[in-house]
Design a binder for this molecule. Structure first.
Ligand SMILES: [Zn+2]
Ligand SMILES: [Zn+2]
Ligand SMILES: [Zn+2]
Length: 313
């Protein structure tokens, strides 16, 4: 029933998915559908990947070629999965031990590998939506995966910028950023052996946080040996959010290479977008952001990085 439709004014695909309007909300449902022992969650598991029952995409009709300018609408082919991050309804990333973290990040890698090799899949986006402040409907710790039949516009834009620098300077924007940021330290939140977390120089949102592997790798596949360390860095960021915000709320996305193969310019990274301007006030996207895609950040990334740095002793 879902469709992808070509928006010819913006040159991008939109997923039209009316059935998702019926998806459950925790407030209305007495029992959490993801706690152990429910119809989909029986048996022993520590992390569990399920088909999203209210999926925006479906593999049923098989892959559909989306020729831009020729095809203007098509069945929404693809996969939507839910990764349950823990059996424990209350165990979010900031309270996980290393064992659970390692399982979670191995599962992110496994699901990414499985879905990116499916026919007709052009991009696999793994992400976590967290907190009432951004309208999350279910509390049980979970992430989502969309395996899309097209490369989404934000990824195309990042790829274009990276490719430009790669072709002209043989370097990528993230490698260049790491070099600069390590020298100044103004916007760094934390560094470990293989990763760095920071508030970007031109952050769109006050508490926007990026996590970069220090080596130029394009996906979780090449980070296999460092998945626990990546998990620890993300846990560290979320612990800082927990200390600074009234409610832990964020969108976290894994920006993996588009497609498979020819993308030497791509540098894998994680981006987190908390909706807060300060401890308890939300940043709303209004006219200039929504209507022009120009962001106004009414704080400095240096000040927010300092606040996050000092949030944990
Ligand atoms: Zn639950
Ligand atoms: Zn790089
Ligand atoms: Zn990105």
């Amino acid at each position: 029933m879902s469709q992808v439709r070509w928006n010819s004014m913006l040159g991008e695909w939109v997923i039209v998915t009316p059935k998702r309007a019926g998806r459950p909300f925790q407030e209305k449902d007495r029992e959490c559908p993801f706690c152990p022992g429910r119809p989909e969650t029986r048996g022993p598991w520590r992390v569990l990947t399920l088909d999203n029952r209210f999926s925006a995409l479906s593999p049923d009709g098989g892959p559909v070629g989306l020729q831009e300018g020729v095809v203007v609408g098509a069945p929404a082919y693809g996969f939507c999965k839910i990764i349950l991050l823990s059996r424990d309804h209350k165990q979010q990333i900031e309270t996980m031990d290393d064992t659970q973290l390692a399982l979670v990040f191995s599962e992110y890698l496994r699901v990414y590998s499985e879905l990116s090799s499916q026919p007709g899949i052009k991009y696999v986006m793994e992400f976590e939506n967290r907190g009432k402040a951004i309208g999350v409907s279910l509390d049980h710790p979970h992430a989502q995966v969309y395996a899309l039949p097209f490369v989404p516009p934000r990824i195309l834009k990042e790829a274009e910028q990276s490719k430009m620098l790669w072709d002209s300077e043989g370097s990528c924007p993230i490698c260049q950023t790491i070099e600069k940021e390590v020298k100044s330290e103004d916007r760094i939140i934390k560094q470990t052996e293989n990763f760095i977390s920071l508030v970007p120089y031109a952050a769109r949102l006050p508490y926007e946080t990026h996590i970069y592997p220090k080596t130029h790798v394009s996906s979780l596949v090449e980070l296999k040996a460092h998945l626990l360390e990546l998990g620890q860095v993300i846990r560290d960021v979320v612990q800082r959010y927990a200390a600074v915000f009234e409610e832990v709320a964020y969108v976290m996305v894994f920006h993996t290479r588009p497609g498979v193969g020819d993308n030497p310019y791509w540098h894998f990274h994680v981006e987190l977008y908390p909706p807060w301007r300060d401890r308890s006030r939300l940043k709303y996207l209004a006219g200039i952001e929504t209507g022009a895609w120009t962001y106004t950040n009414d704080s400095t990334p240096e000040e927010k990085a300092r606040e996050l740095r000092s949030a944990l002793s």
